[in-house]
Ligand binder design. Sequence first.
Ligand code: UDP
Length: 472
Amino acid sequence: MRPHAIMIPVPYQGHINPLVGLAINLASRGFTITFVNTHFVHHLLSKTHSDVNDHQTDMFSEARKSGLDIRYTTISDGFPLDYDRDANVEKFWDYMLEDFVVQVEELIRNIVKSCDFPAYRTLLITDTFNPWHAKVAKNCNLVNVSFWTQPALVLALGYHLDLLRKNGHYPPREEKTEDTITYVPGVEPIGTKDLMSFLKEADVTVILEKLVFGAFEQVRYADFILLNTVQELEPKTVHALNQILPTYAIGPVNFSARDIKISKALVQQTDCTEWLQSKPPASVLYVSFGSFIQTTKQVIEEIAHGLVLADVNFIWVVRKNIATDSDATSVLPGGFEQRVKEKGWIVPWCDQEAVLSHPGIGAFLTHCGWNSVLESMWHGVPILCYPFLYDQPTNRKLVVDDWKIGINLCDGEAVSRDEVAGNIKRLMCGEFGEQSKKFRTLLRDSLGDGGSSDKNLERFVEDLRAKILELN
Ligand code: UDP
Protein backbone atom coordinates (compact mmCIF):
# COMPACT_ATOMS: atom_id res chain seq x y z
CA MET A 1 0.00 0.00 0.00
CA ARG A 2 1.70 3.11 -1.27
CA PRO A 3 1.06 6.25 0.82
CA HIS A 4 0.92 9.65 -0.85
CA ALA A 5 2.54 12.54 1.03
CA ILE A 6 1.81 16.15 0.14
CA MET A 7 4.79 18.09 1.50
CA ILE A 8 4.88 21.86 2.02
CA PRO A 9 7.99 23.62 3.39
CA VAL A 10 8.29 27.02 5.01
CA PRO A 11 9.66 29.01 2.05
CA TYR A 12 13.21 29.57 3.34
CA GLN A 13 16.43 27.73 2.51
CA GLY A 14 16.95 26.42 6.05
CA HIS A 15 13.48 24.84 6.01
CA ILE A 16 13.40 23.67 2.38
CA ASN A 17 16.66 21.71 2.70
CA PRO A 18 15.57 19.26 5.41
CA LEU A 19 12.10 18.75 3.91
CA VAL A 20 13.72 17.89 0.57
CA GLY A 21 15.89 15.34 2.39
CA LEU A 22 12.79 13.85 4.00
CA ALA A 23 11.00 13.72 0.62
CA ILE A 24 13.85 11.71 -0.90
CA ASN A 25 13.99 9.42 2.10
CA LEU A 26 10.25 8.67 2.05
CA ALA A 27 10.18 8.27 -1.74
CA SER A 28 13.03 5.74 -1.40
CA ARG A 29 10.80 3.82 1.03
CA GLY A 30 7.96 3.57 -1.48
CA PHE A 31 5.99 6.77 -0.89
CA THR A 32 4.60 8.91 -3.67
CA ILE A 33 5.41 12.53 -2.92
CA THR A 34 3.82 15.73 -4.14
CA PHE A 35 6.20 18.53 -3.14
CA VAL A 36 4.77 22.06 -3.13
CA ASN A 37 6.93 25.16 -3.46
CA THR A 38 5.72 28.72 -3.70
CA HIS A 39 5.87 30.32 -7.17
CA PHE A 40 8.54 32.61 -5.74
CA VAL A 41 10.78 29.80 -4.50
CA HIS A 42 10.41 28.04 -7.84
CA HIS A 43 11.30 31.30 -9.60
CA LEU A 44 14.52 31.57 -7.54
CA LEU A 45 15.36 27.93 -8.31
CA SER A 46 14.87 28.47 -12.03
CA LYS A 47 17.10 31.58 -11.93
CA THR A 48 19.80 29.65 -10.07
CA HIS A 49 19.84 26.26 -11.81
CA SER A 50 20.07 25.66 -15.55
CA ASP A 51 18.25 22.34 -15.09
CA VAL A 52 15.19 23.95 -13.49
CA ASN A 53 13.00 25.99 -15.80
CA ASP A 54 9.64 27.57 -15.39
CA HIS A 55 7.48 24.81 -16.83
CA GLN A 56 8.97 21.43 -17.64
CA THR A 57 11.62 20.74 -15.02
CA ASP A 58 11.94 21.15 -11.30
CA MET A 59 14.30 20.47 -8.39
CA PHE A 60 13.41 16.75 -8.41
CA SER A 61 13.93 16.03 -12.13
CA GLU A 62 17.03 13.93 -11.43
CA ALA A 63 15.32 12.12 -8.55
CA ARG A 64 12.51 11.09 -10.90
CA LYS A 65 15.05 9.79 -13.43
CA SER A 66 16.40 7.53 -10.72
CA GLY A 67 12.92 6.02 -10.27
CA LEU A 68 11.48 7.99 -7.35
CA ASP A 69 7.83 9.04 -7.62
CA ILE A 70 8.17 12.69 -6.65
CA ARG A 71 5.65 15.02 -8.22
CA TYR A 72 5.93 18.76 -7.99
CA THR A 73 3.66 21.74 -8.05
CA THR A 74 3.68 25.39 -7.00
CA ILE A 75 1.37 27.79 -5.20
CA SER A 76 1.21 31.58 -4.99
CA ASP A 77 2.36 33.17 -1.72
CA GLY A 78 0.11 36.12 -2.53
CA PHE A 79 2.79 38.55 -3.73
CA PRO A 80 4.26 39.33 -7.18
CA LEU A 81 7.60 37.70 -8.00
CA ASP A 82 9.50 40.98 -7.77
CA TYR A 83 8.11 41.84 -4.31
CA ASP A 84 10.85 42.22 -1.68
CA ARG A 85 9.72 39.68 0.90
CA ASP A 86 12.77 40.18 3.16
CA ALA A 87 12.25 43.93 3.40
CA ASN A 88 8.55 43.39 4.16
CA VAL A 89 8.72 40.42 6.49
CA GLU A 90 5.75 41.49 8.61
CA LYS A 91 3.45 42.00 5.65
CA PHE A 92 4.60 38.79 4.01
CA TRP A 93 4.03 36.69 7.12
CA ASP A 94 0.76 38.38 7.87
CA TYR A 95 -0.49 36.96 4.58
CA MET A 96 1.19 33.58 5.09
CA LEU A 97 -0.45 33.17 8.48
CA GLU A 98 -3.91 34.51 7.69
CA ASP A 99 -4.82 34.10 4.01
CA PHE A 100 -2.39 31.54 2.58
CA VAL A 101 -4.30 28.74 4.28
CA VAL A 102 -7.31 29.23 1.96
CA GLN A 103 -5.13 28.71 -1.10
CA VAL A 104 -3.37 25.72 0.47
CA GLU A 105 -6.67 24.03 1.15
CA GLU A 106 -7.87 24.61 -2.38
CA LEU A 107 -4.63 23.24 -3.82
CA ILE A 108 -4.74 20.16 -1.61
CA ARG A 109 -8.33 19.38 -2.57
CA ASN A 110 -7.35 19.66 -6.24
CA ILE A 111 -4.31 17.42 -5.78
CA VAL A 112 -6.38 14.79 -3.97
CA LYS A 113 -9.17 14.98 -6.59
CA SER A 114 -6.90 14.74 -9.60
CA CYS A 115 -4.46 12.07 -8.45
CA ASP A 116 -4.80 8.31 -8.35
CA PHE A 117 -4.84 8.01 -4.52
CA PRO A 118 -7.82 7.89 -2.18
CA ALA A 119 -7.79 10.61 0.49
CA TYR A 120 -7.32 8.12 3.34
CA ARG A 121 -3.92 7.16 1.90
CA THR A 122 -2.86 10.78 1.62
CA LEU A 123 -0.99 12.60 4.34
CA LEU A 124 0.02 16.19 4.77
CA ILE A 125 3.63 16.69 5.86
CA THR A 126 4.43 20.29 6.61
CA ASP A 127 7.00 22.14 8.64
CA THR A 128 5.72 22.68 12.19
CA PHE A 129 6.28 26.39 11.56
CA ASN A 130 3.39 26.31 9.06
CA PRO A 131 0.98 26.75 11.97
CA TRP A 132 -2.07 26.19 9.73
CA HIS A 133 -1.21 22.53 9.17
CA ALA A 134 -3.58 21.00 11.73
CA LYS A 135 -6.54 23.00 10.47
CA VAL A 136 -5.85 22.15 6.82
CA ALA A 137 -5.26 18.45 7.52
CA LYS A 138 -8.53 18.29 9.47
CA ASN A 139 -10.57 20.17 6.87
CA CYS A 140 -9.19 18.00 4.06
CA ASN A 141 -9.38 14.75 6.06
CA LEU A 142 -5.71 13.98 5.74
CA VAL A 143 -3.33 12.31 8.17
CA ASN A 144 -1.41 15.18 9.80
CA VAL A 145 2.39 14.83 10.01
CA SER A 146 4.31 17.71 11.54
CA PHE A 147 8.00 18.00 10.65
CA TRP A 148 10.14 19.62 13.35
CA THR A 149 13.32 21.10 11.84
CA GLN A 150 15.08 21.98 15.12
CA PRO A 151 16.42 20.04 18.12
CA ALA A 152 14.02 18.16 20.40
CA LEU A 153 15.15 20.47 23.22
CA VAL A 154 13.57 23.48 21.48
CA LEU A 155 10.30 21.62 20.93
CA ALA A 156 10.21 20.47 24.57
CA LEU A 157 10.74 24.02 25.87
CA GLY A 158 8.10 25.46 23.55
CA TYR A 159 5.64 22.69 24.27
CA HIS A 160 5.92 23.33 28.02
CA LEU A 161 5.38 27.08 27.81
CA ASP A 162 2.71 26.68 30.49
CA LEU A 163 5.40 25.47 32.94
CA LEU A 164 7.64 28.40 32.06
CA ARG A 165 4.71 30.73 32.73
CA LYS A 166 3.85 29.02 36.00
CA ASN A 167 7.43 29.36 37.26
CA GLY A 168 7.73 33.00 36.21
CA HIS A 169 10.22 32.38 33.39
CA TYR A 170 7.84 33.50 30.67
CA PRO A 171 7.18 36.32 29.96
CA PRO A 172 10.80 37.13 30.91
CA ARG A 173 11.44 39.02 34.15
CA GLU A 174 14.49 41.09 34.99
CA GLU A 175 15.15 39.28 38.30
CA LYS A 176 15.06 35.85 36.63
CA THR A 177 17.69 36.32 33.92
CA GLU A 178 20.29 34.31 35.84
CA ASP A 179 17.96 31.45 36.78
CA THR A 180 18.35 27.79 35.96
CA ILE A 181 15.27 25.94 34.77
CA THR A 182 15.00 22.45 36.22
CA TYR A 183 11.36 21.47 35.82
CA VAL A 184 10.79 20.83 32.09
CA PRO A 185 10.30 17.08 31.51
CA GLY A 186 13.26 15.51 29.72
CA VAL A 187 15.28 18.74 29.75
CA GLU A 188 18.57 18.90 31.67
CA PRO A 189 18.98 22.05 33.80
CA ILE A 190 19.18 24.99 31.41
CA GLY A 191 19.94 28.65 32.13
CA THR A 192 17.32 31.18 31.13
CA LYS A 193 20.05 32.82 29.02
CA ASP A 194 20.03 29.68 26.85
CA LEU A 195 16.33 29.83 26.05
CA MET A 196 15.18 30.63 22.53
CA SER A 197 15.32 34.37 21.84
CA PHE A 198 11.56 34.73 21.56
CA LEU A 199 11.21 33.49 25.16
CA LYS A 200 13.73 36.05 26.39
CA GLU A 201 12.32 39.12 24.66
CA ALA A 202 9.67 41.11 26.45
CA ASP A 203 8.18 42.52 23.25
CA VAL A 204 7.98 39.79 20.63
CA THR A 205 6.33 41.02 17.41
CA VAL A 206 2.73 40.00 16.85
CA ILE A 207 3.75 38.02 13.76
CA LEU A 208 6.53 36.12 15.53
CA GLU A 209 4.19 35.36 18.39
CA LYS A 210 1.55 33.99 16.04
CA LEU A 211 4.12 32.02 14.08
CA VAL A 212 6.08 30.47 16.92
CA PHE A 213 3.47 30.07 19.61
CA GLY A 214 0.95 29.03 16.96
CA ALA A 215 3.35 26.24 15.95
CA PHE A 216 3.78 25.02 19.54
CA GLU A 217 0.01 24.98 19.93
CA GLN A 218 -0.82 23.29 16.61
CA VAL A 219 1.80 20.58 16.95
CA ARG A 220 -0.36 19.04 19.70
CA TYR A 221 -2.91 18.00 17.10
CA ALA A 222 -0.47 16.16 14.84
CA ASP A 223 -0.99 12.44 14.22
CA PHE A 224 2.78 12.03 13.91
CA ILE A 225 5.75 14.32 14.59
CA LEU A 226 9.04 13.74 12.79
CA LEU A 227 12.09 15.30 14.46
CA ASN A 228 15.20 16.24 12.52
CA THR A 229 17.42 15.15 15.39
CA VAL A 230 19.08 11.94 16.54
CA GLN A 231 17.83 9.94 19.51
CA GLU A 232 21.36 9.44 20.94
CA LEU A 233 22.01 13.19 20.81
CA GLU A 234 19.06 14.06 23.01
CA PRO A 235 17.95 10.76 24.58
CA LYS A 236 16.10 12.10 27.62
CA THR A 237 14.32 14.85 25.71
CA VAL A 238 13.25 12.55 22.88
CA HIS A 239 12.05 10.00 25.42
CA ALA A 240 10.07 12.59 27.40
CA LEU A 241 8.47 13.98 24.24
CA ASN A 242 7.55 10.45 23.25
CA GLN A 243 5.53 10.08 26.43
CA ILE A 244 3.23 12.92 25.40
CA LEU A 245 3.47 13.22 21.61
CA PRO A 246 3.82 10.62 18.82
CA THR A 247 7.42 11.59 17.94
CA TYR A 248 10.08 9.90 15.81
CA ALA A 249 13.72 11.13 15.79
CA ILE A 250 14.82 10.53 12.20
CA GLY A 251 17.66 12.99 11.59
CA PRO A 252 19.81 14.24 10.13
CA VAL A 253 17.50 14.00 7.12
CA ASN A 254 19.58 16.39 4.96
CA PHE A 255 21.97 13.54 4.20
CA SER A 256 19.40 11.11 2.84
CA ALA A 257 19.75 12.50 -0.67
CA ARG A 258 23.49 12.32 -1.09
CA ASP A 259 23.59 10.23 -4.26
CA ILE A 260 20.89 12.17 -6.10
CA LYS A 261 21.41 15.63 -7.51
CA ILE A 262 18.75 17.97 -6.13
CA SER A 263 18.76 21.58 -7.33
CA LYS A 264 17.75 23.18 -4.06
CA ALA A 265 19.97 26.26 -3.61
CA LEU A 266 17.96 29.47 -3.95
CA VAL A 267 21.09 31.55 -4.66
CA GLN A 268 23.91 31.09 -7.15
CA GLN A 269 26.72 29.13 -5.50
CA THR A 270 30.41 29.95 -5.78
CA ASP A 271 32.48 26.79 -6.29
CA CYS A 272 35.14 26.72 -3.57
CA THR A 273 36.67 23.33 -4.35
CA GLU A 274 39.73 24.46 -6.28
CA TRP A 275 40.58 27.15 -3.75
CA LEU A 276 40.24 24.67 -0.88
CA GLN A 277 42.41 22.21 -2.77
CA SER A 278 45.28 24.69 -2.57
CA LYS A 279 45.19 24.80 1.24
CA PRO A 280 46.70 22.34 3.74
CA PRO A 281 44.35 19.89 5.51
CA ALA A 282 42.25 21.32 8.36
CA SER A 283 43.73 24.80 7.84
CA VAL A 284 40.61 26.72 6.69
CA LEU A 285 37.94 28.29 8.88
CA TYR A 286 34.53 28.32 7.18
CA VAL A 287 32.39 31.31 8.26
CA SER A 288 28.68 31.60 7.55
CA PHE A 289 25.63 32.97 9.32
CA GLY A 290 23.05 31.05 7.28
CA SER A 291 20.46 32.25 4.84
CA PHE A 292 18.41 34.71 6.81
CA ILE A 293 19.91 36.33 9.87
CA GLN A 294 21.09 39.95 9.74
CA THR A 295 23.61 41.74 11.92
CA THR A 296 25.37 45.10 11.96
CA LYS A 297 28.41 46.51 10.21
CA GLN A 298 30.15 46.80 13.56
CA VAL A 299 29.87 43.06 14.24
CA ILE A 300 31.09 42.20 10.74
CA GLU A 301 34.06 44.54 11.15
CA GLU A 302 35.11 43.02 14.49
CA ILE A 303 34.95 39.53 12.98
CA ALA A 304 36.97 40.73 9.98
CA HIS A 305 39.68 42.17 12.24
CA GLY A 306 39.60 39.01 14.34
CA LEU A 307 40.25 36.89 11.24
CA VAL A 308 43.25 39.04 10.36
CA LEU A 309 44.63 38.86 13.90
CA ALA A 310 44.17 35.08 13.97
CA ASP A 311 46.12 34.90 10.71
CA VAL A 312 43.97 31.99 9.56
CA ASN A 313 42.85 30.73 6.12
CA PHE A 314 39.12 31.31 5.70
CA ILE A 315 36.10 31.19 3.42
CA TRP A 316 33.47 33.69 4.52
CA VAL A 317 29.92 33.80 3.17
CA VAL A 318 28.92 37.47 3.19
CA ARG A 319 25.35 37.65 1.85
CA LYS A 320 24.36 40.89 0.20
CA ASN A 321 21.86 41.66 2.98
CA ILE A 322 23.98 40.43 5.91
CA ALA A 323 23.94 43.85 7.66
CA THR A 324 20.92 45.96 8.47
CA ASP A 325 22.92 49.17 8.32
CA SER A 326 25.17 48.66 5.31
CA ASP A 327 25.16 47.03 1.88
CA ALA A 328 27.48 44.20 0.85
CA THR A 329 29.95 46.51 -0.92
CA SER A 330 30.75 48.53 2.21
CA VAL A 331 30.07 46.17 5.08
CA LEU A 332 33.69 44.97 5.32
CA PRO A 333 36.53 47.25 6.52
CA GLY A 334 38.11 49.27 3.67
CA GLY A 335 40.72 47.27 1.70
CA PHE A 336 39.92 44.07 3.65
CA GLU A 337 39.65 41.74 0.66
CA GLN A 338 42.92 42.98 -0.80
CA ARG A 339 44.64 42.65 2.56
CA VAL A 340 43.59 39.03 3.09
CA LYS A 341 43.75 37.88 -0.51
CA GLU A 342 46.37 35.18 0.11
CA LYS A 343 44.48 33.67 3.02
CA GLY A 344 40.81 34.51 2.73
CA TRP A 345 37.99 34.34 0.24
CA ILE A 346 34.68 36.23 0.54
CA VAL A 347 31.79 34.59 -1.33
CA PRO A 348 28.10 35.57 -1.56
CA TRP A 349 26.92 31.93 -1.24
CA CYS A 350 28.47 28.49 -1.59
CA ASP A 351 27.54 24.82 -1.50
CA GLN A 352 27.97 24.55 2.26
CA GLU A 353 27.75 20.78 2.41
CA ALA A 354 30.51 20.51 -0.21
CA VAL A 355 32.68 23.01 1.67
CA LEU A 356 32.25 21.29 5.03
CA SER A 357 33.04 17.91 3.50
CA HIS A 358 36.41 19.15 2.19
CA PRO A 359 39.49 18.00 4.16
CA GLY A 360 40.85 21.56 3.97
CA ILE A 361 38.21 22.74 6.48
CA GLY A 362 39.35 22.84 10.12
CA ALA A 363 36.41 24.57 11.86
CA PHE A 364 33.10 26.32 11.25
CA LEU A 365 32.16 29.74 12.64
CA THR A 366 28.35 29.60 12.53
CA HIS A 367 25.23 31.36 13.80
CA CYS A 368 24.15 27.88 15.02
CA GLY A 369 21.22 27.39 12.66
CA TRP A 370 20.22 23.77 13.23
CA ASN A 371 21.05 22.65 9.66
CA SER A 372 24.49 24.19 9.94
CA VAL A 373 25.09 22.46 13.27
CA LEU A 374 24.04 19.06 11.89
CA GLU A 375 26.05 19.54 8.69
CA SER A 376 29.15 20.44 10.67
CA MET A 377 28.70 17.44 12.96
CA TRP A 378 28.13 15.14 9.99
CA HIS A 379 31.55 16.08 8.66
CA GLY A 380 33.24 16.07 12.07
CA VAL A 381 34.04 19.79 11.89
CA PRO A 382 34.42 21.59 15.29
CA ILE A 383 32.10 24.55 15.78
CA LEU A 384 32.70 28.15 16.80
CA CYS A 385 29.35 29.46 17.99
CA TYR A 386 27.98 32.92 17.41
CA PRO A 387 24.21 32.62 17.91
CA PHE A 388 21.92 35.54 17.12
CA LEU A 389 18.22 34.71 17.44
CA TYR A 390 15.40 32.14 17.58
CA ASP A 391 16.63 28.60 18.41
CA GLN A 392 20.31 29.52 17.90
CA PRO A 393 21.23 30.30 21.57
CA THR A 394 19.62 26.99 22.61
CA ASN A 395 21.46 25.08 19.86
CA ARG A 396 24.69 26.68 21.10
CA LYS A 397 24.07 25.26 24.54
CA LEU A 398 23.88 21.75 23.08
CA VAL A 399 27.03 22.19 21.00
CA VAL A 400 29.25 23.81 23.64
CA ASP A 401 27.92 22.79 27.06
CA ASP A 402 26.46 19.35 26.37
CA TRP A 403 28.35 17.80 23.46
CA LYS A 404 31.62 19.75 23.80
CA ILE A 405 32.27 19.89 20.08
CA GLY A 406 32.86 23.60 20.00
CA ILE A 407 33.32 26.86 21.86
CA ASN A 408 31.79 30.33 21.97
CA LEU A 409 33.15 33.04 19.69
CA CYS A 410 32.86 35.55 22.51
CA ASP A 411 31.70 35.16 26.10
CA GLY A 412 29.09 37.82 26.63
CA GLU A 413 27.13 39.98 24.23
CA ALA A 414 29.86 42.21 22.80
CA VAL A 415 32.09 41.00 19.97
CA SER A 416 35.69 41.98 20.37
CA ARG A 417 38.31 41.32 17.70
CA ASP A 418 40.84 40.04 20.27
CA GLU A 419 38.41 37.50 21.66
CA VAL A 420 37.41 36.48 18.12
CA ALA A 421 41.07 35.92 17.20
CA GLY A 422 41.87 34.06 20.42
CA ASN A 423 38.94 31.67 20.07
CA ILE A 424 39.58 31.03 16.38
CA LYS A 425 43.17 30.07 17.23
CA ARG A 426 42.01 27.85 20.07
CA LEU A 427 39.53 25.98 17.89
CA MET A 428 41.85 25.63 14.91
CA CYS A 429 44.60 23.99 16.93
CA GLY A 430 42.69 20.71 16.95
CA GLU A 431 41.60 20.51 20.59
CA PHE A 432 38.07 19.43 19.61
CA GLY A 433 39.02 17.07 16.77
CA GLU A 434 38.55 13.77 18.64
CA GLN A 435 35.20 14.72 20.15
CA SER A 436 33.91 15.97 16.78
CA LYS A 437 34.90 12.68 15.15
CA LYS A 438 32.95 10.79 17.82
CA PHE A 439 29.81 12.74 17.00
CA ARG A 440 30.43 12.30 13.28
CA THR A 441 30.32 8.55 13.82
CA LEU A 442 27.23 8.84 16.01
CA LEU A 443 25.32 10.72 13.29
CA ARG A 444 26.39 8.40 10.50
CA ASP A 445 25.55 5.29 12.53
CA SER A 446 22.07 6.64 13.25
CA LEU A 447 21.24 6.88 9.54
CA GLY A 448 22.92 3.60 8.59
CA ASP A 449 21.05 0.29 8.33
CA GLY A 450 19.59 -0.54 11.73
CA GLY A 451 20.69 2.81 13.22
CA SER A 452 18.24 4.65 15.48
CA SER A 453 17.01 7.12 12.84
CA ASP A 454 16.69 4.37 10.25
CA LYS A 455 14.66 2.27 12.69
CA ASN A 456 12.54 5.20 13.84
CA LEU A 457 11.64 6.10 10.27
CA GLU A 458 10.69 2.50 9.61
CA ARG A 459 8.57 2.53 12.78
CA PHE A 460 6.86 5.70 11.52
CA VAL A 461 6.11 4.02 8.18
CA GLU A 462 4.61 0.99 9.95
CA ASP A 463 2.55 3.13 12.34
CA LEU A 464 1.35 5.21 9.42
CA ARG A 465 0.28 2.13 7.50
CA ALA A 466 -1.65 0.94 10.56
CA LYS A 467 -3.35 4.35 10.79
CA ILE A 468 -4.27 4.24 7.11
CA LEU A 469 -5.81 0.79 7.53
CA GLU A 470 -7.76 2.09 10.48
CA LEU A 471 -9.07 5.03 8.41
CA ASN A 472 -10.04 2.89 5.43
N1 UDP B 1 23.78 27.23 3.10
C1 UDP B 1 24.42 27.01 1.89
N2 UDP B 1 25.34 27.92 1.47
C2 UDP B 1 25.69 29.01 2.18
C3 UDP B 1 25.07 29.21 3.44
C4 UDP B 1 24.12 28.31 3.87
O1 UDP B 1 24.15 26.02 1.20
O2 UDP B 1 26.53 29.78 1.70
C5 UDP B 1 22.76 26.26 3.56
C6 UDP B 1 23.27 25.39 4.66
O3 UDP B 1 23.91 24.25 4.13
C7 UDP B 1 22.01 25.06 5.46
C8 UDP B 1 21.07 26.24 5.17
O4 UDP B 1 21.64 26.95 4.08
O5 UDP B 1 21.43 23.84 5.00
C9 UDP B 1 20.98 27.19 6.34
O6 UDP B 1 20.21 26.60 7.35
P1 UDP B 1 20.48 26.87 8.88
O7 UDP B 1 19.44 26.12 9.65
O8 UDP B 1 21.87 26.59 9.24
O9 UDP B 1 20.30 28.43 9.05
P2 UDP B 1 19.13 29.45 8.59
O10 UDP B 1 19.48 29.88 7.22
O11 UDP B 1 17.83 28.71 8.66
O12 UDP B 1 19.25 30.54 9.59
